[in-house]
Design a protein around this ligand. Structure first.
Ligand SMILES: *[C@@H]1O[C@H](CO)[C@@H](O)[C@H](O)[C@H]1NC(C)=O
Ligand SMILES: *[C@@H]1O[C@H](CO)[C@@H](O)[C@H](O)[C@H]1NC(C)=O
Ligand SMILES: *[C@@H]1O[C@H](CO)[C@@H](O)[C@H](O)[C@H]1NC(C)=O
Ligand SMILES: *[C@@H]1O[C@H](CO)[C@@H](O)[C@H](O)[C@H]1NC(C)=O
Ligand SMILES: *[C@@H]1O[C@H](CO)[C@@H](O)[C@H](O)[C@H]1NC(C)=O
Length: 475
């Protein structure tokens, strides 16, 4: 079989089964093309994006797949890219033509294992489901969060406690996908880790420690991301190499969201969005939207002239993101997806410094289009708010018209947890400074429950249910 140079080619291999990647090419699998860091992302309810890294560039990244372990299909692409300072290539393939809510087996070239995924539930499928939300999750272990810290950092792991990656892994059968709402890996913590004596100081390593932390993270989450779709949004720690501390040290390849843009393949192509910066997807009764609180709106904090420390973006002409967000929300069919759930990294209702620019840009739109739930991170604790309209609280049990806000940036990273400012904001309903993540249950079209899972021991430390008074056809 010859592969064409088209971006994506799908072939049914009923008559040419011997050409399946896993069969045909096994003998040419060297360490250089070994698939690592395998990660999935939804691509509509009939598609799945498969991404992975290799030490060498792949001519034609390919994935064999099928409902049975025979893997009768194969898809290839020409997406195998790297960037300055990266020791690996990012490979992306999109499988299309699948059935919704269906389990498939798959195998990237070259992996010696066959994995499986389940495609998204069709919009309008009224069955209950769960998803996981994490914010601000860094590399765990000797280059990140561990049982020790250096000078200037706090909240090491307690010996014996599970990390958030362990905890998500332990419970991965219970949720359909993970939503990581920004701050992914904390490779930019390398400078603080070295300055604090946690890692040996080697400021002239040509970006090697940053790249190592990034690779460690993608290796660590693989035990989750190869089995359930791992959807992401951008955070400030993706922006540059050193969190704005000493900008002159940052090398090309470790600035301006380069690694983040290269690693992921979110479904912006089919939702009118932009790369991994803003996009949306449907899953059963819910429409999920990612917006970008870092760049691409007036006074965006990571842009030159914003807070001024990240010097990133913009990525599209002025006005593009907000126009897209309005249009995306205006086009939601609430009969099929009564729930609209939005996520952006920086919060504006939170008991510490808030992102006023984000509020000015996004809150009016989220209110206008009746978004039900807004998930945010950035602050390293868990704070469940009420539903809120311009600072005025509405109770979630009482059919609120305004979005319910939950801040959870407590997944854990080298630098520990944040201390909130007391008294808490009047809209606050629960605050926890514990490492953990959130598990959401979409029960039906009227009830949606959140649970805060303490990563260390799996305990549920908070539960709350949003009630919306509405009738739905599919129930
Ligand atoms: C801790 O993590 C391990 C590894 O993922 C898992 O087997 C165990 O069940 C977890 N325990 C809890 C309480 O989450
Ligand atoms: C930033 O890094 C440069 C190059 O290593 C160094 O000369 C300078 O003193 C550093 N500045 C700060 C504020 O740390
Ligand atoms: C970041 O990258 C985008 C896209 O290439 C570019 O338009 C923008 O000018 C860059 N921003 C900075 C601060 O270099
Ligand atoms: C929706 O789910 C909630 C929570 O499980 C339940 O109490 C309620 O009765 C359900 N509503 C319908 C119409 O099934
Ligand atoms: C689990 O961990 C949380 C957070 O550290 C703690 O408050 C709780 O007491 C622990 N529960 C058990 C059963 O150990």
């Amino acid at each position: 079989m010859k592969f064409t140079s088209q971006a994506v080619t799908v072939l049914a291999l009923a008559t040419t089964a011997s050409c399946a990647a896993n069969v045909q090419r096994r003998d040419s699998c060297t360490a250089d093309v070994e698939a690592t860091q395998v990660r999935l992302a939804y691509h509509g309810d009939r598609g799945m994006s498969v991404s992975w890294n290799t030490n060498s560039k792949l001519d034609k990244p390919s994935v064999a797949f099928g409902k049975t372990m025979q893997l009768g299909g194969i898809v290839t692409s020409d997406q195998s890219t790297t960037y300055p300072t990266s020791s690996t290539y990012n490979n992306h393939v999109i499988i299309t033509g699948l059935q919704p809510n269906t389990r498939y087996h798959y195998q990237p070239y070259c992996s010696d294992r066959i994995y499986s995924f389940t495609t998204a539930r069709t919009a309008g499928d009224g069955s209950d489901f769960k998803f996981a939300m994490v914010g601000d999750m860094g590399t765990m272990g000797p280059d990140g969060l561990s049982t020790t810290v250096g000078k200037g950092a706090a909240n090491p792991l307690k010996p014996g406690d599970n990390t958030s990656i362990d905890s998500l892994h332990a419970l991965k059968e219970s949720f359909d996908f993970v939503w990581h709402v920004g701050d992914i890996a904390y490779a930019d913590a390398w400078l603080k880790e070295e300055k604090g004596g946690y890692l040996p100081e080697n400021l002239n390593d040509k970006g090697a420690e940053y790249d190592k932390i990034l690779n460690d993270f993608y290796n660590e989450i693989e035990e989750i991301s190869r089995d359930v779709p791992y959807m992401v949004g951008p955070g400030n720690h993706e922006a540059n190499c050193d969190n704005g501390a000493n900008f002159s040290l940052c090398l090309p390849g470790q600035m301006n969201f380069t690694g983040y843009r290269a690693h992921w393949n979110m479904p912006s192509d089919i939702s009118g969005g932009l790369e991994n910066f803003w996009y949306s997807f449907d899953h059963g009764m819910a429409h999920f939207v990612v917006f970008n609180t870092e760049t691409d709106f007036p006074n965006a904090p990571d842009e030159p002239g914003g807070e001024g420390v990240e010097d990133a973006g913009p990525f599209a002409p002025t006005g593009t993101q907000l126009a897209w967000l309005k249009n995306d929300l205006a086009s939601v069919d609430r009969k099929k997806t009564p729930w609209v759930i939005a996520a952006g990294h920086r919060p504006w209702y939170v008991s510490t410094t808030e992102c006023k620019e984000c509020q000015a840009a996004f809150e009016p739109i989220l209110l206008e289009y009746g978004v039900d739930l807004v998930l945010q991170g950035h602050k390293h604790f868990y704070e469940r708010e009420s539903a809120i309209n311009n600072f005025v609280a509405q109770e979630i049990t009482n059919n609120p018209s305004a979005p319910w806000y939950i801040v959870n940036g407590a997944a854990g990273h080298y630098d520990g947890l944040d201390t909130p400012t007391y008294p808490l904001v009047p809209t606050s309903r629960k605050l926890l400074t514990v490492y953990g993540w959130s598990l959401f249950t979409v029960h039906n079209c009227t009830h949606l429950t959140t649970e805060f899972i303490a990563s260390g021991n799996g305990s549920i430390l908070d539960t709350a249910t949003l009630y919306k008074d509405r009738t739905c056809d599919f129930n």
